[in-house]
Design a protein around this ligand. Structure first.
Ligand SMILES: [Zn+2]
Length: 439
């Protein structure tokens, strides 16, 4: 189901034309309402919206980093100087967990909330959710932006069954008793549940669940991981992705399973850059780079060229579903990336290669860098967990090493571990473990 066919099937060139108009208006708004951007653009020698130009010129503007926003926070201005409306116009304030202890606040006006709900509804509908479906969600939404996505479930006419996170018994009970047809969860948790069910002889494959909507971390779009989940659950797996400061569930993958369509089209403009040089990368079919996002109609705290730290691959070729928005798949977080003798290594990409050795491997790996920090010297240690009841065929470690070398161009030292010995997660998996690293 396409939520807004007249919007979502509009030729992309026409969307860009409309976005250019919205973008110029948003720039004017930034210059009159956002102290953060007046200052930031002024420092870059851009003092008027006219100097900033249109969407075609966006790459000449500076990018925005999360830390810059954080640095403008004070006790008097706890949100930061990118707040662009008086507090009495703010309808909702989400926050991120924040690694430093102090959360980052994400304010929204009533209109911003509506736009987020529209975006999420389009993305979830693309994922294959339909009116009348019973869907279990496992979000521990709490203070986080994922909460806005919950309103989208109602908008789509779903029967929403929230079970929260970390309650496997309750979730499986809802599958058995309420005959849920879809579950929204992280790919790690979907994998964990498949193992949990198998250990208890529960036949997931013939359960009522025919659709898994995975989000929260990369993985659901990796072909081998997806195949494993689809096989275990007897269900279709599609993924969704958002980014706190911009919009939850900004992207949603259609049943053709070749990347997530931009559900936030018209509200958000997407670009790619080289994460090292910051240079713009054209949005052509097959291009890869870091995703950079710009609000086009945001009121409370609009962001310009926000660096998501998500490293993605993009598709622009026509999709049979009829949606014309470009599609992305997240390859990994720039923040999780390791560099092995000059080669960028994304932990989730290593897992994808290891998963090609299913059914001999369980799908759980642990990368153990030898040195603290990003730069590593080869070989990089990768602990690969074997599948249940197997010692692995001969030469398995060597064959995985050789596949990693040819697919990812770095040298790994693979160690096999028995099934069930690596930690599982019922939320996000932690692929890199620095416990063996020296300074
Ligand atoms: Zn599609």
């Amino acid at each position: 189901m396409i939520v807004e066919p007249n919007v979502e099937t509009l030729p992309w060139s026409e969307q860009i034309r409309l976005d250019d108009v919205a973008y110029r208006k948003q720039l004017k708004y930034l210059f009159t309402h956002s102290p953060f951007y007046c200052e930031k653009l002024g420092r870059a020698g851009i003092d008027t919206p006219e100097q900033a130009g249109g969407l075609a010129d966006i790459a000449q503007l500076p990018t925005t980093e999360k830390d810059e926003l954080r640095a403008t926070r004070t006790d008097d201005q706890p949100i930061g100087t990118h707040l662009a409306v008086p507090m009495d116009k703010v309808a909702r304030i989400y926050s991120t967990s924040g690694t430093t202890g102090v959360p980052s606040y994400i304010p929204l006006t009533a209109q911003d909330v509506q736009n987020w709900v529209t975006t999420s509804a389009r993305s979830y509908a693309a994922c294959g959710l339909e009116s009348g479906m019973r869907m279990i969600s496992t979000y521990g939404a709490g203070p986080f932006v994922a909460g806005a996505a919950l309103d989208a479930f109602a908008k789509l006419g779903l029967c929403h069954i929230p079970v929260g996170s970390g309650n496997t018994e309750r979730l499986m009970m809802a599958v058995r008793l309420l005959k849920a047809q879809a579950i929204a969860l992280t790919p790690s948790y979907a994998l964990h549940l498949a193992e949990w069910a198998r250990e208890r002889n529960i036949d997931l494959k013939n359960s009522s669940v025919k659709h898994l909507l995975v989000a929260g971390e990369p993985g659901g779009g990796e072909p081998a991981m997806r195949a494993k989940l689809e096989e275990a659950w007897g269900a279709m797996v599609t993924e969704a992705m958002g980014i706190g400061d911009i919009s939850p569930s900004l992207w949603g993958e259609c049943p053709h399973q070749q990347g997530m369509h931009l559900g936030g089209r018209g509200f958000v403009h997407a670009e790619l850059i080289d994460p090292d040089s910051g240079a713009s990368i054209p949005m052509t079919d097959g291009a890869r780079g870091e995703l950079v996002l710009t609000h086009l109609r945001q009121q409370a705290a609009p962001l310009l060229r926000f660096r998501t730290r998500d490293h993605v691959m993009i598709w622009t070729a026509p999709c049979p579903c009829g949606r014309t928005a470009p599609r992305v798949r997240c390859i990994g977080r720039t923040d999780d990336m390791l560099i092995v003798r000059g080669v960028n290594v994304f932990p989730s990409a290593v897992r994808e290669v290891v998963n090609r050795f299913a059914p001999d491997v369980s799908g759980v790996i642990s990368i153990r860098p030898g040195i603290k920090g990003v730069k590593q010297s080869p070989p990089l240690k990768v602990v690969v967990e074997l599948a249940e009841k197997t010692a692995g065929p001969g030469q398995l470690a060597e064959r995985i090493e050789s596949e990693i070398r040819s697919a990812l161009v770095f040298s790994a030292a693979v160690e096999l571990a028995p099934y069930g010995t690596l930690p599982r997660s019922d939320y996000k998996s932690k692929i890199v473990d620095f416990s063996e690293a020296r300074q």
